[in-house]
Design a protein around this ligand. Structure first.
Ligand code: FES
Length: 161
């Protein structure tokens, strides 16, 4: 698997923290997703090899937890809170605005490759909803107008090659 040397080093280090190798499954998956942006299809076999497990054991974990992505994402990942406090102040409209701006469905890469938009549960900023994250950056009180501004900013960013 095509991981950065520092990720490979972290992986080998993390495994030593656990008396049983299999306990390192979740941390390894997080490290791989952080590096690549999602879990490519060879992940299960690669992690199973590392931890002396069967690929099915890893597959059960990657498919159980919603935070693991099994498909590539757009250049930016937009995560919109769909939990009650945000939903009550318009989180769904915010999300719909973004979907229209980028002409995309949830959990897909937009046609221009700019974004993937997904719903997530509470982002721990319930008093300032609707809340969303663009990659690691939190945006608060994102009504439809602000969602449009955020979309315009993303569209104006230079595309990485
Ligand atoms: S409900 Fe949206 S941040 Fe908590």
């Amino acid at each position: 698997m095509n991981l950065k040397p520092e990720t490979l080093k972290q992986i080998d280090e993390v495994i030593t923290h656990y008396p049983e190798k299999r306990s390192a499954t979740l941390p390894l998956l997080h490290l791989i997703q952080e590096d690549i942006g999602y879990l490519p299809k060879e992940t299960e076999e690669w992690v199973a090899d590392k931890l002396e497990l069967e690929p099915i054991n890893v597959f059960e974990v990657t498919t159980f937890y919603p935070m693991f992505r099994r498909k590539p994402t757009g250049r930016r990942l937009i995560r919109v809170c769909r939990t009650l406090s945000c939903a009550l102040v318009g989180g769904h409209k915010t999300c719909e605005t973004l979907r229209q701006e980028f002409n995309t469905d949830l959990n897909e890469v937009s046609p221009d490759g700019d974004v993937t938009i997904e719903y997530v549960e509470c982002l721990a900023s319930c008093g300032t909803g609707p809340v969303l994250m663009v990659d690691d950056e939190l945006h608060e009180k994102v009504d439809c107008a602000k969602a449009k501004q955020i979309a315009d900013q993303i569209k104006a960013e230079p595309k990485e090659s």
